[in-house]
Ligand binder design. Structure first.
Ligand code: GLC
Length: 430
């Protein structure tokens, strides 16, 4: 497949329009804090989300690097003194109260932020912004709160001290309704229309169980405890980036050394505990005490390939056996969130819930760079081309049907503009 220049130009122009259109700034009723950030979507998601903002800042590098920096400095205002980072910051809360009332999965820890976290993509974003701008002042200012986030994850979310951090409800990975959580959440996918009501009931059950427990002790309750492969791969990659950035910023060597050691530990734990040689896949572990592998083929089986020194044999198995398998993941518009061979695969979005089949641009973006890091530029380029083609015909949507390329979910969706980074990388300008 080759894309035309006209298709590329269209996607670039549309992405820039979305990034500008979703930009918000002002003074919040939250202690008069100044905010300036890009919402995932002005209508469907009118707040600042943790991992969305990190992705969006990377896309912004291709529009205005100063805006990319301000996206991150605004975001890091949410980091708490102990390092807890909420997944949503409600800058313009009073304008969007109805949104919060309708959303079944929102639990606030404070009037202006949630009591849930999300994958720490922020370290990778800071690394990309620094590499593009060489702004040492920005680096020093953002490193300290980011190190705090990573320390909190270690202190609170690794209660069994095996190196892998856990999430305590599905939204914390950002993969809300992924079928890999179905067993733990008591969801059956036989009737698509039943998935969302079951999920809603389960979320309420979880939040009831956590009531009054306190963020520090929630993981110990073990009512939902997932050592998620994607979350941990992003966490490990963040530690790798932080070690490098601490040295560049001239932080004490001990800081960089600690991140490096922790990086190795997480990477090795992923291989030792989640890698299944026979299946050729990395599985999430469910249950603090049981750590039962959840053998559902979703895109997260691939995620450790974002780590540049992952064993080459493992990478080869993942790519040849699963990624390029046309019955599973190598569909016309890859990479589907769930393999086409899974009974829960829902490409046409019949369940009206997320992450159960459609293709998302943030996944393609991470795996694109992982493939390149492991010498598979051939597969990466094909993935980039198909992503651009899909977006040229369907616009900047939240996710896409992997069989037809049709756009689904929110319109003008923020992190889908990561396609700008894929286009620049293919041109050799990143
Ligand atoms: C959806 C996604 C989540 C994202 C949020 C805002 O809930 O599942 O990953 O952060 O929307 O875009």
């Amino acid at each position: 497949m080759t894309v035309t220049q006209a298709e590329i130009d269209k996607v670039v122009a549309e992405s820039k329009r979305v990034l500008i259109g979703n930009h918000h700034s002002g003074i919040s009723a939250w202690d008069g804090k100044l905010y300036e950030c890009t919402y995932p979507s002005p209508t469907s998601y009118p707040f600042q989300w943790f991992w969305d903002s990190a992705f969006i800042s990377i896309a912004l590098l291709h529009v205005d690097p100063a805006l990319a920096k301000r996206e991150i400095t605004c975001l890091l205002q949410g980091v708490q003194p102990d390092g807890f980072m909420p997944h949503m910051l409600l800058w313009e809360k009073s304008s969007y109260l109805h949104w919060l009332e309708d959303e079944y999965s929102i639990r606030l820890a404070h009037p202006f932020y949630t009591g849930t976290t999300q994958p720490p993509v922020v370290a990778r974003a800071i690394e990309r912004i620094y590499d593009a701008t060489k702004d040492l002042a920005f680096l020093r200012e953002t490193l300290e709160p980011t190190l705090r986030i990573f320390r909190w994850l270690k202190a609170v979310r690794d209660p069994d001290d095996d190196g892998l951090v856990c999430v305590i409800q599905p939204d914390e990975t950002g993969l809300d309704a992924s079928p890999k959580y179905d067993l733990a959440m008591g969801i059956s996918h036989e009737r698509p229309e039943e998935v969302l009501p079951q999920l809603t009931r389960s979320m309420h059950r979880l939040f009831k169980a956590y009531e009054g427990i306190g963020l520090q002790r929630e993981p110990l309750l073990d009512v939902f405890n997932f050592e998620d492969v994607m979350f941990n791969a992003i966490y490990a990659d963040g530690l790798r980036a932080l070690a490098r950035l601490c040295r560049i910023a001239g932080f004490p060597e001990g800081e960089a050394y600690e991140c490096e050691q922790r990086y190795r530990r997480v990477r090795d734990a992923l291989v030792a505990k989640c890698w299944d040689e026979e299946a050729g896949a990395f599985w999430d572990l469910s249950g603090l005490r049981t750590e039962t592998p959840q053998k559902v083929l979703t895109f997260s089986i691939f995620f450790p390939i974002i780590l540049p020194d992952l064993d080459r044999k493992i990478v080869r198995t993942l790519v040849e056996r699963h990624l390029l398998n046309e019955k599973e993941f190598w569909l016309p518009y890859p990479i589907p969130t769930v393999a086409a061979t899974e009974p829960s695969f829902d490409p046409a979005w019949k369940t009206n819930t997320t992450w159960r089949g459609p293709t998302w641009v943030n996944v393609n973006w991470y795996l694109y760079w992982g493939l390149r890091a492991h010498g598979r530029s051939d597969v990466a380029s094909e993935l980039a081309e198909r992503t651009v083609r899909m977006m040229a015909s369907s616009g900047i949507r939240e996710f896409y049907d992997p069989l037809t390329g049709e756009g689904q979910g929110a319109r003008d969706f923020g992190w889908s503009t990561l396609v700008l980074d894929l286009i620049a990388a293919e041109r050799g300008s990143v």
